[in-house]
Design a binder for this molecule. Structure first.
Ligand code: GLN
Length: 587
């Protein structure tokens, strides 16, 4: 008689005859792709995405094809409407998907451009099930969490595996085991491991080792309880990654090993490290990459020669971390200043350029709510460069404008990102062009000169969340400008966007006449995308979000330019390379 696993694999669609239901995409070959599933216990925020992306990086280096996917428990269809203060930054993919910041970690670590296929929320899964129900796709069956909702999850994973021809799909489940909203994902993964067969899936539990100051020793009880909870769902973890401030003691690892049936060598210490970019080395030294390959029985697919060269390149980069000769302070304005996660990509982009230029970048957060022309100098004291990042709403915008004015007049290197681009236009229009009441209509709907206004093409679309200009777009760069030189004399560069407002084309001539240069534009529309001013060491802003596409081994040129000029400002006695020379060298 057929094994239920084979039946599951053959049922490519629905049937009322059998209890087996597991939709499988046409052409899917069982056994081709393996799955590494990363889950959290004890608490969230442990760095599942970091662990998963670092392990995935080691696999890519070995010549394997890897596709990551993040499964989010919340009901939102995407992350577009989430408050970055609560959830971390909204990361935007090239196809316009607004997603969790972990996707940024994957893109940076794996040097891959991802898409909506790499991100799912409960909202997406449910809405797809409900659409199918309305189309009559379930043939008279009552639609249930199991097998239909779990079936939809497995379908998404298998489609990803097939479309990317992956050797390994890395599945990261958001939240922690025990959250009601994530329970169906975990059940789906239990089913997946059964259907795909032994050796197809490797389960990683990330856990947390407590180290109370009063005791001065590491305690593994909470971790044990968390792992037990996972085992109650019918999943036996294969690897346990223990998060802890300090390296996890052998004794604590032994205890966890005994209580969870996981061999000692697969109970791994993932302690705090100065940079996430040194974590792949930590995993490699622990032998985790080969443990996983052995478990998944795909050692024969790897290319050790490729790994040697890739690893050498990576080490050239990580060897520089912590050995920086210079340091600078960049002031970043913004209303989410208390949460570093809200600006994760900007911090990463600064780190990439900093490491490449041998410079440690410290950040000074600048709360702009009470900032004015009179007190701005004191707030910017000790700052070598300024970033005004993206943002929405009106709070603190006048303070941001005061910072930009200060940067422009005092020749402090400035990089404006999205809202920081728009505010630079407003400041210039007010102070230089003489349009006294210039503003963005997002901030003052009735302002006399709305130099920044809602996009004509977006005006037609109503409703929050659905009317943004989103995703990757080409920027046409004007020859001879600083941007042109910074981008290595390329006529066109691709950046990611997330905005509703833009420069009102009717002001462009007037503004350019006074010396602001729009050095980057949309190829087919009068949408201004990069600006600069002359007679200033570095004053560049962009309507895009260049921070999203900076990569460890390929720093983003505008960030490199800012860091280089900030280094020059800090060390005027040294003849350090200017923005363009630095970008030429490292980007
Ligand atoms: N709020 C501005 C807009 O919608 C800027 C957006 C941003 O900074 N991401 O256009």
């Amino acid at each position: 008689m057929a094994d239920s696993r084979d039946l599951l694999a053959k049922v490519s669609d629905v049937s009322t005859e059998t209890e087996y239901f597991s939709p499988i995409p046409n052409g899917y070959k069982k056994g081709k792709c393996r799955y590494v599933i990363v889950m959290g216990t004890v608490m969230s925020g442990l760095g599942k995405g970091i662990f998963s992306s670092c392990l995935a990086k080691l696999m890519i280096d070995k010549g394997l094809k890897v596709a990551p996917i993040k499964l989010e428990g919340y009901l939102n269809i995407d992350s577009g409407t989430l408050n970055p203060f609560r959830h971390g930054e909204v990361f935007v993919l090239d196809d316009g998907m607004e997603c969790d910041m972990d996707l940024g970690t994957y893109e940076r670590m794996l040097n891959l451009d991802l898409s909506g296929a790499n991100f799912a929320t409960s909202g997406q899964i449910y809405s797809s099930v409900l659409n199918k129900e309305r189309h009559g796709d379930y043939l008279g069956r009552d639609v249930q969490m199991i097998p239909h909702v779990t079936g939809e999850v497995k379908l998404k994973l298998r489609k990803l595996a097939m479309d990317t021809d992956a050797d390994i799909v890395f599945v990261e489940i958001g939240g922690t085991v025990g959250d009601l909203e994530n329970a169906f994902y975990i059940e789906a993964m239990r089913e997946m491991a059964y259907e795909e067969g032994p050796g197809s899936c490797s389960f990683v539990a990330l856990t947390y080792i407590l180290e109370p100051k009063t005791l001065g020793e590491q305690k593994s009880k909470a971790a044990q309880l968390g792992i037990k909870q996972l085992m109650q769902t019918g999943i036996q973890p294969d690897i346990i990654a223990c998060r802890c401030e300090n390296p996890v003691s052998e004794q604590a690892r032994q205890k966890i090993s005994v209580f969870s049936n996981v061999p000692f060598e697969r109970v791994f210490s993932m302690h705090d490290s100065a940079s996430i970019y040194t974590i792949p080395a930590m995993l490699r030294e622990g032998g985790l990459d080969f443990e996983v390959l052995r478990m998944l029985k795909i050692e024969d697919r790897i290319n050790l020669r490729k790994e040697r060269t890739e690893w050498a390149k990576w080490c050239d980069f990580t060897d520089k971390i912590g050995k920086e000769k210079y340091d600078i302070t960049i002031g970043i304005t913004g209303k989410y200043t208390s949460v570093r996660d809200s600006y994760a990509s900007i911090l990463n982009a600064l780190e990439h350029s900093g490491i490449a230029l041998g410079c440690k970048v410290d950040v000074k957060w600048i709360e702009t709510t009470d900032l004015t022309d009179d007190n701005v100098a004191a707030h910017l004291d000790g700052v070598d460069g300024i970033i005004v990042p993206g943002g929405f709403g009106t709070r603190g915008t006048e303070g941001k404008i005061a910072c930009i004015k200060y940067a422009r007049q005092n020749k402090v290197p400035y990089l404006g990102l999205c809202l920081g681009f728009q505010m630079a236009v407003v400041e210039f229009a007010r102070s230089v062009v003489g349009l006294k009441n210039a503003n963005s209509s997002e901030i003052d709907q009735k302002c006399e000169h709305a130099v920044i206004d809602i996009l004509p093409e977006q005006k037609k679309i109503e409703g929050l969340g659905g009317n943004m200009r989103l995703g990757g777009r080409d920027i046409e760069i004007k020859k001879g400008t600083q941007a042109y030189k910074l981008f290595g004399k390329k006529d066109s560069v691709r950046k990611r966007f997330r905005h509703r407002y833009e420069v009102d084309p009717k002001y462009i001539d007037q503004i350019e006449k006074e010396g602001m240069i729009f050095s980057g534009k949309a190829p087919d529309q009068p949408i201004m995308q990069v600006l600069e001013i002359g007679d200033h060491p570095f004053f560049i802003a962009t309507q895009s979000h260049p921070e999203l596409t900076s990569r460890p081994l390929a720093p983003e040129p505008m960030f490199t330019g800012l860091v280089a000029e900030a280094m020059r400002k800090r060390n005027p006695e040294e003849n350090l390379p200017d923005a363009i020379t630095a970008a030429k060298k490292v980007c």
